[in-house]
Design a protein around this ligand. Structure first.
Ligand code: PHE
Ligand code: ZN
Length: 882
């Protein structure tokens, strides 16, 4: 039995242009925590492309105080108010609409609209949060010039910010002060932002390519004043990079970033006033890890890049979300690759894609990067829209080449500056700038599911020919049974037995291809490529640099994989070969565990790992990636049914066997790397630290007390959070008083720092030791945890449910029961966070019958609740439908 007020599904096919447009929006906020008064004056006009004569404005959880048209107060019969809209019947073609509303930030736990984060007041409007601030046509194709005045108590809220440039400020006699901000660039309401509070501000400046001076400001809680440097330098790097790489300059006098502790997502690109989850912006060596530094650089870049890909050129409707997100993710990935190691960046991105996006694409919520419908847009900020979206734009770049791609983006920005457009417009710009036809390629925007390439090869030694046959298919996804062939760029190379690149000449070509890597286009369901003048049997290196988001199915022997691991001149494929080799071995071990037979680790893999370790110092970053075994979640997606316990034992067994066999090499390397001087965040040092901690991780799997001491010593001596936290997260896999003591000591040392405390929660939630759920429940009562803080929830509940498969999927059902309780509690407070947590059950159909039964009951229990949010409703009904 589902709840009665079923939320409505909306369809892309039903898109209609807005009936009324807003040219100017003048907003005045009188701030107070319990009640804020909003006065909105909108210059509106009828849209010639519109349909209705009535003007419908969105609005939720608002108290309407008054409504006037051209200065005249409307009577009750001249408008209609529901709990989600305000309808004004047949207003004039052009009019000034003045509305006063009251809103209640203190009661806002959903963190959409205007809300409190500690003593700070801030907003989050994407996607549909502005309608919780005032009545408005809250859709991205309505773009207005905003002028925002804020009035508040000077002591409580000394800093008051909004979008654009500062336009005036002053004092009142009653202890209040005011500011006015003006943003000259027309924008949709989702990019509106307001912040007020007592904040420390760190300033800097940037001179743009055309010589304009831009003021840069980061606002943080005063206790975090020492954590701004990295974000500021990342911002300057990003500004410069976007000028050089894409020819995009910044366009206001000031660029501001604010850090807030309570935030549903990572960060938000509001025009001129980015608001960040504090976890994605604050860093100091003592409190942030290398991964944090890396992530901050990329998120700061991402939000900054939105200023062009998202803000200057925005989305027509929310079905086009990937227009801004896919493209901007690609841009931030390129930025990180240019600032650090490109090879490692690619491996990280592909790992994330395979672990999360492939799972989403294979599950009940699978959707194309441009969905055809949704119930709650908040559920579509997904790895598909973001990461697969970036892969699709990346394929366009691979097909067109650097220069052709730049021609396309230049035309896109020039043609659509100031407009709200669609993914079709993006493709059209690419086509027009390059004189190419992308009609088939566009299927990537409408087809869900991860395509599979099945590859067979044949070498004909008598004719010196090499045949490469590629067949493409795509599994059915909900609502999409039949799939059409896609247009897939497949980068490849051929190697001879010595590991050297071989010339590649396709039948019909006059000469061999000039480079070591070439891109084949697979556009039919089956295709054969014939290479001629191939003197000896080649080894194929396929899908170099992961040139398309697909699964490769190709029979490879372990020795072939070992050869590629050592010889492929594409570093991504060297890593990929190592992963495939490990997966081959692990799958066999899983079978042995299930059959309760002896577990044998093949000598081949020990030998390969030993070779990799021997060359570790040449490329420590890549080696770390090669030594890191695929996650249990990824392995679970490869084996059906997914036996979480067998996977866990097999993976641990392999790790332990490698650690025992290669103990000497791991130890020597660890000792050598353990002496990096003062902490600096750069690619070299980061690579060394991660390799060192990878060695330590292996060493501790032996459960040897000496290694425990090594771990404790590292934690004690570390001058940076990377090494400290690595020590702790390795230790929590070891059952003993040392661990308990280290966990307690860590908290005592860092309890004042909420970012570090979140790491402390996460590390404990991930422990595969048997008592973890009890520990997690205990931690929910700890003063460090608050269910209303999204970072706390992600750290403790998110990590337990998503990244602790043996415990979450415990056969007694305790993990599932726990999840149900938390979802029901969270849904009343913060539906977005509740729906996201439920995502932990995305792949529920891959488990055994017994677990599926328990999960089904858990989902039904949630679905039966009256008054579910549309967020959780959509996820739970879609999960139950498969
Ligand atoms: N648009 C933000 C980003 O990608 C993400 C976001 C979505 C933040 C919705 C808050 C709410 O950069
Ligand atoms: Zn984004």
């Amino acid at each position: 039995m589902l709840n009665t007020t079923q939320p409505k599904e909306v369809f892309l096919a039903d898109y209609q242009a807005p009936d009324y447009l807003v040219d100017q929006a003048a907003l005045t906020f009188e701030l107070a925590s319990d009640m804020t008064r909003v006065r909105s004056v909108l210059s509106m006009r009828k849209n010639p492309q519109g349909q209705l004569n009535d003007c419908v404005l969105d609005g939720e959880q608002l108290k309407l105080i008054s409504i006037k048209i051209d200065g005249r107060e409307l009577q009750g019969n001249e408008y209609q108010c529901t709990d989600s809209a305000l309808l004004i019947s047949s207003p004039p073609d052009k009019f000034e609409l003045e509305i006063e509303t009251e809103i209640f930030p203190e009661k806002n736990t959903a963190l959409e609209g205007l809300y409190h984060s500690g003593r700070l007041l801030c907003t989050q409007c994407e996607a549909e949060g502005f309608r919780r601030i005032t009545y408005y046509p809250d859709r991205p194709d309505v773009m207005a010039v905003f002028t925002v005045s804020i009035v508040a108590d000077k002591v409580l809220w000394p800093i008051m910010l909004s979008n654009g440039n500062l336009d005036g400020q002053g004092q009142f006699d009653d202890g209040r002060h005011w500011v006015r901000w003006h943003d000259p660039h027309p924008k949709p309401s989702y990019l509106f932002a307001l912040v007020a509070g007592d904040l420390y501000c760190q300033q800097d400046s940037f001179v743009t390519a055309s010589g304009r001076q831009v003021q840069l400001e980061i606002f943080v809680d005063p206790e975090n004043s020492h954590k701004c440097d990295h974000a500021l330098s990342s911002l300057k790097q990003a500004m410069k990079w976007d000028e050089e790489k894409y020819g995009r300059e910044y366009d206001l006098d000031v660029f501001m970033i604010v850090a807030v502790n309570d935030f549903n997502m990572g960060a938000m690109e509001n025009k001129g006033l980015n608001i960040f989850n504090s976890a994605c912006v604050l860093a100091s060596p003592e409190t942030a890890t290398d991964n944090d530094y890396y992530m901050i650089q990329s998120v700061v870049g991402h939000e900054y890049f939105h200023n062009w890909s998202g803000n200057r050129v925005t989305c027509r409707d929310w079905f086009q979300l990937s227009l801004k997100e896919g493209f901007t993710v690609l841009r931030d990935q390129q930025f990180s690759a240019d600032m650090n190691s490109a090879a490692v960046k690619r491996i990280d991105d592909v790992n994330q894609l395979r672990n999360l996006q492939f799972a989403e694409d294979a599950g009940p919520m699978a959707h194309p990067i441009r969905p055809a419908s949704f119930i709650e847009i908040g559920n579509f900020y997904t790895v598909t829209i973001y990461e697969k979206g970036a892969e699709v734009v990346g394929m366009i770049k691979t097909i067109l080449g650097e220069q052709g791609f730049r021609k396309g983006t230049d035309l896109y920005f020039e043609r659509h500056d100031g407009q709200a457009v669609t993914t079709d417009d993006f493709i059209k710009a690419m086509e027009d700038a390059n004189d190419i036809d992308f009609s088939q390629f566009k299927r990537w925007y409408t087809q869900a599911g991860t395509p599979e390439l099945t590859v067979t090869t044949h070498y004909d030694s008598s004719a010196n020919r090499y045949h490469l046959r590629i067949e493409q298919s795509c599994p059915a996804t909900p609502g999409q049974k039949e799939k059409q062939p896609l247009y897939i760029p497949v980068a490849m190379g051929l190697l001879n037995k010595q590991g050297d690149a071989m010339a590649m000449q396709l039948e019909g070509e006059e000469n061999a291809y000039p480079d070591e890597t070439r891109v084949l286009i697979v556009s039919e369901q089956q295709q054969e490529f014939t290479f001629i003048n191939v003197a000896t049997e080649p080894v194929l290196s396929l899908l170099r640099n992961f040139s398309a988001p697909v699964n490769l199915s190709m029979a490879r022997t372990n020795s072939e994989l070992a050869f590629l691991m050592a010889n492929d001149n594409d570093s991504f494929n060297r890593w990929d070969a190592s992963q495939r080799l490990v997966i081959n071995v692990l799958m066999q071990l899983v079978e042995s565990v299930r059959a309760a037979t002896v577990l044998t680790v093949p000598d081949e893999i020990i030998k390969q790992f030993s070779l990799v370790l021997a060359k570790a110092e040449e490329a420590p970053d890549l080696v770390t990636k090669m030594l890191t075994l695929p996650s249990e979640n990824y392995l679970a997606a490869q084996a059906k049914p997914a036996d979480v316990d067998a996977i866990h034992s097999a993976r641990n067994h392999l790790k332990r066997s490698l650690a025992q066999a290669l103990k000497q090499q791991f130890t020597t390397l660890y000792d050598k790397l353990n002496s990096t001087g003062n902490y600096r965040f750069n690619a070299d040092d980061m690579a060394k630290r991660s390799l060192k901690n990878c060695c330590l991780d292996y060493l501790l799997t032996t459960q040897d007390p000496m290694q425990v001491q090594r771990c404790l010593k590292q934690m004690k001596q570390a001058d940076n959070m990377t090494d400290t936290l690595a020590g702790l997260s390795i230790l929590v896999e070891y059952e003993g008083p040392e661990t308990e003591h280290a966990v307690r000591a860590f908290y005592e040392q860092w309890q004042h720092d909420r970012q570090v405390v979140d790491k402390w929660l996460a590390v404990q939630a991930k422990s595969s030791l048997p008592n973890t759920l009890v520990r997690v429940k205990g931690l929910m009562k700890h003063p460090a945890f608050s269910i209303t803080n999204p970072n706390n929830v992600r750290a403790l509940l998110g990590q337990f449910c998503r990244n602790n498969p043996v415990n979450f999927h415990a056969l007694d059902g305790s993990g599932y029961q726990f999840l149900v309780e938390q979802i029901l509690q969270l849904d009343k407070l913060n539906p977005q966070i509740a729906a996201r947590l439920l995502g932990a059950l995305n792949s529920w159909r891959q488990y055994d019958e017994q677990r599926q039964q328990m999960i089904k009951q858990a989902l039904q229990k949630i679905a039966e609740q009256p008054e579910l949010s549309s967020d959780v409703y959509e996820v739970v009904t879609k999960y139950l439908a498969v």
